[in-house]
Design a protein around this ligand. Structure first.
Ligand code: FAQ
Length: 317
């Protein structure tokens, strides 16, 4: 099932697989198959990019938050996402990827980031809906990844999940309040749900039958659940809560089966792939904003390099 590099031996793979089977964490200096390393760099760097690009849709609303309390909560949330990006870039660096390579891949459009952040935020309720649904979906996925076999990624997930739990709660509190508020607030919450429900289901990745990476990732204890299993957990938690809040889920086929699972209607995967490939949504604007931030930060990188060179010079003296 897993690919073997020409320089690797069956014995090395067997010993590595035995460590995974024993539930041991793999740490940065340990021997690991090249394909395990490649898959982790792909996934962790895409995850880091998602956190950083994920600051943009909500960040736009900091100046327009309706109260000081909501504004401070949102500033803290956006700042948390920047921190998550940092932990994750560091986790990928432990595997040999450099920050420069990863940023080049993002800015050149070579690396992916989560489809969800190519959707626009039209109203203030979108900020609440992102907290409730997008953080809610991210937490389901990341709680699973907190148990993954690569130590630095697993530990980063523990901290990130605890912070995202606050994001999830503030988003839910906000939407529940609007859903019980004035007719305009109720409509704003419903419109936000109409726009974010399906993208939130899609962000958990293609159906298992169309997920080329799941087999290898599951074999190496990186993914402990499949995309469809995580999506089912997400719907089972969120569908009843949204209905209880008095909102209508925009899926006429949604129903609960005999086992208690909430079953969704067909997902528009054409839309998903168009958004991932940047043919639909705000990919151009998101990458433009990241490029601008990168260019604006050039003087900081230069100053840090000059400072490091001076420190090294002093140490050599
Ligand atoms: N968007 O074979 P699979 C957050 C790609 S963090 C774009 O199933 P895999 C926090 C996939 O890369 C959200 N591309 O892939 C926050 C692959 O292409 P590749 C991000 C997607 O890796 C909240 C191809 O499709 N979380 O939200 C997407 O086994 C609020 C085939 O797919 C993570 O990144 C997508 N949605 O499973 C921040 C968690 N889905 O690379 C701000 C870590 C799939 O072969 C505000 N990542 N693709 O060319 C994962 O758990 C996995 O990578 C999955 C995809 C589950 C995302």
């Amino acid at each position: 099932m897993t690919q073997m590099h020409p320089t690797e031996t069956a014995e090395q793979h067997a010993a590595f697989n035995a460590r995974i089977a024993r539930g041991e964490k793999i740490e940065p200096g340990d021997w690991m198959p090249a394909e395990y390393r490649r898959q982790l760099i792909r996934m962790i760097s895409q995850h880091a990019h998602s956190e950083v690009v994920g600051m943009l849709p909500e960040g736009e609303w900091i100046t327009r938050a309706p109260t000081l309390k909501r504004k401070t909560i949102l500033i803290a949330k956006v700042q948390d996402e920047a921190g998550h990006g940092q932990y994750l870039y560091h986790a990928a660096e432990t595997l040999g990827a450099t920050r420069g390579e990863m940023l080049d891949a993002l800015l050149s459009g070579k690396a992916k980031y989560s489809s969800i952040f190519n959707y626009p935020t039209h109203t203030w309720a979108d900020v609440g809906m992102i907290g409730w649904l997008v953080d809610g979906a991210a937490i389901k996925n990341q709680t699973m990844l907190a148990g993954c076999s690569y130590g630095p990624y697993s530990r980063a997930m523990v901290r990130i999940c605890s912070e995202e739990t606050f994001h999830h709660k503030q988003g839910k509190e906000m939407i529940v309040q609007y859903a019980q508020g004035t007719p305009e607030q109720r409509q704003m919450a419903q419109d936000a749900l109409n726009r974010w429900w399906w993208p939130a289901l899609m962000m958990l990745g293609p159906h298992d039958a169309d997920s080329p990476n799941t087999g290898a990732l599951a074999g190496w204890g990186i993914k402990l659940k499949t995309n469809d299993e995580v999506r089912q957990e997400f719907i089972n938690e969120h569908a009843p809560e949204l209905l209880e809040a008095g909102l209508t889920i925009p899926d006429p086929d949604l129903h609960q089966d005999e086992s208690g699972n909430w079953i969704h209607g067909p997902i528009n995967w054409d839309e998903f792939w168009a958004v991932v490939k940047g043919q639909q949504g705000l990919n151009k604007e998101r990458l433009g904003a990241r490029q601008q931030a990168h260019d604006d930060g050039a003087w900081v990188r230069e100053a840090m390099q000059a400072y490091a060179a001076r420190q090294m010079g002093q140490a050599a003296d």
